[in-house]
Design a binder for this molecule. Structure first.
Ligand code: SAM
Length: 445
């Protein structure tokens, strides 16, 4: 253990009374004990609680909630009987309105602390649909006796669950059709509406597999991450704001129809007047945002690294009669190439003067710089190099869709280095009952 990590002031291990005054972006209340920050899952700001310290580090500790002594007016009895055993939802103990207030507060705090903005222009977090029954997809794991459920918080132990309250009716039906006897170690399921087609991807367990009954697509997950269709073609259909999408069973899609619809509208509005403009949709998935932008009159270049999603994006464009240039390429590599094309030098990095085609790969086409960029990176964010290359292309606006607010805040700092300022951040409650929040952040020079 380094000197820095040594815990010089261990906290008492017997029950302690503390007042919660903070809230983390991971959804935990924060109290102070002997000056040290103590994270307490299941608590809300303003509450007085009895806790037991379980993990005591040099600079912080985590404690288990034993008793709520003075409850917040925002506290409610969780609607789901599996709380707190199931690790799926960590905010069911707060009213939905309070959940959204906390999310607004977290977005502001992260943009202030990690993003370096004194007074970030953050709107109130908005509901986008029902607070329960909204999820169209789930990833279930098998307990040793084969019953399916979700992981206990912070553990790989499976809590068997028959009925999940945040699952939509269609997805819940798939859960019931699958039952608990497939022998799979993991099941990923999806159905967007009760009328729509459902799909289940089974990961084989140690024993024999039994295909589930019901009228659903069934696929087997392979060790290399691909799938083999056992019944049907493995795709499900969904309609979002009048646009139709076919989604491969393992390609990314937003949690449900209302979520996808609100996000699509928010992003198209944030992009501003885009008729005739060249818009890049980076990390495009099966083309949800790309097609919304194309319908608004933009010429859209979609970039996505999942080959199945790119193929689906092209088919989805055809299905909706919209033009789309969809590229199967890592965003980082496409941006490097674009910077080299536009500057004639080695981007922000090597200054080697390498031409656009020097490492573009076979069949790569030249890239015109975008007027507007939409990016929706995975949880880790875009990162310094992607942002540096993006700002080097000087789009008039950047619309950043974030599912992790800390990653957004870090990228906000990188954008500021490149001269782009945050103009507006709109948090959307795409994941009620959990601490997760989606943010549509708009930047311009
Ligand atoms: C959060 S999803 C966004 C999808 C899409 N915007 C939507 O709303 O449906 C992120 C997507 O980025 C893709 N992805 C992750 N890393 C990538 C990379 N380095 N280059 C290209 N695509 C990537 C994933 O496959 C996934 O489809």
């Amino acid at each position: 253990m380094s000197r820095r990590d040594r815990n010089r002031s261990p906290l008492p291990r017997d029950p302690q009374l503390v007042t919660v005054d903070g809230f983390t972006h991971g959804g935990e209340g924060v109290a102070r004990l002997q000056g040290k920050a103590v994270f307490v899952p299941g608590t809300l700001p303003g509450e007085v609680v009895r806790v037991q310290v379980e993990d005591d580090r040099a600079r912080w500790a985590r404690a288990r909630l034993l008793e709520v002594v003075e409850a917040s007016p925002d506290r409610v009895t969780p609607p789901c009987p599996y709380v707190p055993d199931c690790g799926g939802c960590d905010l069911q103990h707060a009213t939905p309105a309070a959940q959204r207030r906390l999310k607004t507060r977290v977005v502001r705090e992260q943009l202030r602390r990690l993003g370096g903005i004194d007074d970030p222009p953050v709107l109130e977090c908005r509901a986008v649909g029902p607070d329960l029954g909204y999820r169209a997809q789930a990833r279930l794991h098998a307990a040793p006796d084969g019953r399916l459920g979700f992981h206990r918080a912070g553990s790989n132990e499976v809590v068997p669950i028959d009925r999940c309250l945040v699952l939509g009716e269609g997805a819940q039906q798939v859960r019931e059709e699958i039952g608990d006897r497939t022998g799979a170690s993991e099941v990923r399921l999806r159905r967007f509406t009760p009328e729509g087609r459902g799909a289940a991807v089974l990961t084989p367990g140690p024993g024999p597999l039994e295909l589930p009954g019901g009228d659903i697509e069934v696929l087997l997950a392979q060790p290399d991450g691909s799938t083999v269709a056992m019944r049907g073609d493995g795709e499900v259909e969904v309609e979002v704001d009048g646009l139709r999408f076919r989604v491969p069973a393992l390609s990314f899609f937003q949690p449900g129809v209302p979520a996808a619809e609100s996000l699509l509208r928010e992003v198209v509005a944030a992009a501003g007047p885009i008729e005739g403009a060249l818009v890049w949709d980076l990390y495009a998935g099966v083309g949800l945002l790309s097609l919304g932008l194309a319908r608004a009159g933009a010429e859209v270049l979609a970039v996505e690294g999942d080959a199945a999603a790119v193929a689906a994006a092209r088919r989805n464009a055809e299905l909706n009669g919209l033009p789309l240039d969809a590229r199967d390429e890592a965003v980082g590599s496409l941006l490097r190439r674009a910077v080299r094309t536009s500057t004639g030098v080695g981007g922000t990095g090597d200054g080697s003067g390498a031409g656009a085609d020097a490492d573009a790969g076979a069949g790569a086409r030249p890239l015109d710089p975008p007027d507007v960029v939409v990016l929706d990176p995975p949880r880790t964010g875009a990162g310094e190099q992607v942002i540096a290359d993006l700002v080097a292309l000087q789009p008039a606006a950047i619309v950043y869709v974030a599912c992790d607010v800390a990653a957004l805040a870090r990228d906000t700092r990188h954008l500021a280095v490149g001269g782009y300022r945050l103009r507006r951040a709109a948090p959307l409650d795409l994941f009620p009952m959990t601490h997760h929040v989606e943010v549509v952040a708009t930047f311009s020079p």
